[in-house]
Design a protein around this ligand. Structure first.
Ligand code: SF4
Length: 349
């Protein structure tokens, strides 16, 4: 929720919320707008506005949003909503089912959650990846797609990943799908593998962490950069046992986001469809060549179990390369051990 106002849903819910009759006004800007919204809003007496000159729609009234004078637009829309509220004509039917999700795990909060005020750091995360309790981290992000059964791919994929001790981080509409399935609460850790469950219970966190909207994927990259900086997991993001996946992507911008994630060094799997032709030079570059150049690479699969298997294989490949495959006992070092390590490091320099 924002300012205590809960989410009504995600992209796939935008038509359904109008059918409650309780939406006095709907305003849209440039993306993720179902084409039937304007005539549907008309059926239920909801006022429907576009706000961006690049995305006017037939059947909508236009109130332009200017970044430097935002209130001019928003005040008008609020007044229109108040007017419609006073003259609602359709019966109001609001479903009473509610789901709880704990969201808002920013990079800063993850630091605090793992180490408190005095010892805020990613060390516990890296330690638990190195000792094998957490196998790796997967970013499961983005759109929900009307071409597949609602929420199915997101939910089944994430269940499979956490069962295999892979911590999941999230952005975008995917979070609502998983909150509806009860996966974004701390008690969802009962569905995780033994290692991940132990970490979640110790920290008091869910096995699935929501980091923000679909334009907040850079937060996941910041977390990856922090994991590299913290140490023990290689020299670049490309060395980390991590992967990204947008299992039901549909928006064009998902491709741009996916490519910057790949360019940052992360294996990125997309579902539903992929807009290149297999066996072409370009396709081979995306799915193989980029990795050989030290970047990440693209992957494609339709079924959640297939995606999970690809991600687990990739994470295991990275663990193998880091020499942390299999569980390792945590070694508690005393001062003499540390001094010996420092001497060794000095000799290497
Ligand atoms: S996650 Fe996808 S569907 Fe949802 S708002 Fe972002 S681009 Fe649109």
């Amino acid at each position: 929720s924002r300012h205590g106002v809960p989410h009504a849903g995600n992209f796939m819910s935008t038509e359904a919320v109008l059918i409650t009759g309780a939406v006095d006004v709907m305003a849209v800007d440039v993306q993720c707008i179902m084409p039937a919204l304007a005539p549907l809003a008309d059926c239920y007496g909801t006022k429907f506005f576009t706000t961006n000159p690049r995305a006017k729609m037939e059947g909508a009234q236009h109130i332009e949003f200017h970044e430097h004078k935002p209130r001019q637009c928003t005040d008008k829309i609020v007044k229109e909503a108040i007017g419609r509220f006073k003259s609602r004509k359709v019966p109001i039917v609001i479903p009473q089912n509610k789901s709880l999700g704990i969201h808002g795990f920013s990079h800063e909060y993850i630091n605090y959650m793992l180490g408190g005020t005095f010892r805020a750091s990613y060390v516990p995360l890296n330690d638990n990846i190195i000792n094998g309790r957490i196998r790796g981290v997967a970013g499961v992000v983005g759109c929900t797609n009307p071409r597949v059964r609602q929420d199915y791919v997101h939910v089944e994929l994430v269940k499979e990943l956490i069962k295999n001790d892979i911590l999941v981080v999230q952005t975008g509409c995917s979070q609502i799908a998983l909150a509806k399935a009860g996966l974004m609460k701390p008690d969802a850790s009962v569905l995780a593998g033994d290692g991940l469950q132990e970490v979640c219970e110790t920290v008091g966190m869910p096995p699935v962490l929501g980091l923000g909207s679909c334009v907040d994927n850079s937060r996941i990259l910041i977390a990856c950069a922090e994991m590299v900086k913290t140490g023990g997991l290689g020299d670049s993001i490309a060395d980390l046992p991590v992967a990204g996946v947008a299992p039901e992507w549909y928006s064009e911008k998902a491709i741009a986001i996916g490519q910057y994630v790949v360019a940052s060094g992360i294996y990125t799997v997309f579902g539903v469809t992929f807009p290149t032709i297999a066996e072409t030079k370009f396709h081979k570059l995306l799915f193989d060549g980029l990795e050989q150049q030290g970047f990440g690479k693209w992957g494609f699969a339709k079924e959640p179990d297939e995606m999970a298997a690809m991600i687990i294989d990739h994470i295991d490949k990275k663990r193998e390369a880091l020499g942390i495959m299999g569980e390792r006992e945590r070694v508690l070092m005393d001062m003499a051990d540390r001094q010996a390590l420092e001497v060794e490091a000095g000799e290497i320099d």
